[in-house]
Design a protein around this ligand. Structure first.
Ligand code: 13P
Length: 341
């Protein structure tokens, strides 16, 4: 396939295909495995991810690319095939998480700053050799308005880091996914989410312009505009779609080929219904698809539960969610399709 950044970015978001975020750090995957009673060993992590990457229907029809963790991009399947080769054989693109996680922001209690810029040029060169053609960096913006979170400094520092990361990626021939995640964990309203997401994206695109990032060779991975989980309010997909698109039309340049949402703690079907509602009110200037972690993997994790005898069931559960999100990326999903399955 083409090595042009614009072509890779377009392939990542076209045809109703989306991204599988399988880049859980060792700490996060352990939390997921704890829920299903599986020990988090290197082999179990490999077996679990190999199961998804070998779900050939899902991978070839619905999944344009996979975000990997440093351990996984180096791992081989049980039969010795590099996992990266299994992904590529399905026609999907390997990608890599390159940030080193969110740490407390000095002087700003409650805010975090994502680290990982030091040595990034050299790490990107190695990941390119290992087969990665896109990367991900996640900035985390929490909302706790009573405590002044997020601060202006948190938004400025995190978006500046995203821009430095994105420029280094493009220099290395790698498409940057820029992910400024405004968390949905808080008690805030949907309108507060709108305001904080807007402030974050306005600053982000300022920083990306200043860093000379070529927007046509980048992908945005944002949250939807949605009420905080602790608010006790569930928004309709129509309200989420209307507010999310209103915001993006104001602040996301049309030069960006695609927007791939994170699921952020939404339930599986909720994440699908919301993406579908967003696409149903198109046409939009960018492709709008999924880059889901939890909303694609919760079902296969449960179905698999660490047993080799459950691999077919795990693959079926993964393929179903990938199919549903593929339809949502085209605005063609319906709740009845979930029941039919
Ligand atoms: P979730 O879809 O589980 O939010 O994960 C996506 C992701 O990659 C967060 O960085």
């Amino acid at each position: 396939m083409s090595e042009r950044l614009e072509d890779i970015a377009t392939a990542m978001v076209s045809g109703g295909k989306g991204l599988l975020a399988a880049d859980e750090s060792s700490g996060t995957i352990k939390k997921r495995f704890d829920v299903i009673g599986v020990e988090s060993t290197a082999d179990n992590r490999r077996d679990y991810r190999e199961m998804m990457f070998r779900a050939s229907d899902a991978m070839s029809k619905y999944i344009s690319g996979v975000i990997l963790y440093d351990e996984t991009i180096r791992q081989k399947a049980a039969d010795g095939t590099p996992l990266v080769d299994i992904i590529k054989a399905a026609g999907s693109i390997p990608g890599i998480k390159v940030d080193l996680g969110a740490k407390p922001l000095a002087g700003f209690p409650g805010d975090t700053i994502t680290e990982g810029l030091d040595g990034l040029r050299e790490r990107l060169a190695e990941y390119y050799k290992l087969g990665a053609r896109f990367a991900k960096w996640r900035a985390v913006i929490d909302i706790d308005t009573g405590k002044g979170v997020p601060s202006t400094n948190s938004i400025a520092s995190n978006t500046h880091a995203l821009a430095r990361y994105a420029a280094l990626c493009q220099e290395a021939g790698i498409v940057p996914i820029v992910e400024p995640e405004v968390l949905m964990d808080g008690a805030h309203s949907i309108d507060t989410c709108y305001d904080v997401t807007k402030a974050t994206l306005v600053k982000l695109y300022d920083e990306l312009y200043a860093a000379r990032v070529v927007l046509g060779g980048s992908i945005l991975k944002p949250n939807m505009v949605i009420s905080g989980k602790k608010s006790g309010k569930t928004d309709s997909p129509e309200e989420i779609a209307e507010k999310t698109i209103k915001l993006f039309r104001e602040v996301v340049p049309a030069a960006v080929p695609g927007i791939a949402f994170l699921s952020g703690g939404q339930e599986d079907e909720e994440a699908t219904a919301n993406l579908n509602a967003i696409n149903a009110i198109g046409p939009h200037p960018w492709k709008l698809t999924f880059s889901y972690g939890r909303a694609l993997q919760a079902a296969p994790q449960k179905a698999w539960s660490g047993k080799a005898s459950n691999i077919a069931a795990g693959q079926a559960a993964f393929t179903h969610r990938a199919h549903m999100n593929h339809l949502a990326a085209l605005g063609k999903w319906q709740p009845a399709l979930e029941k039919a399955a």
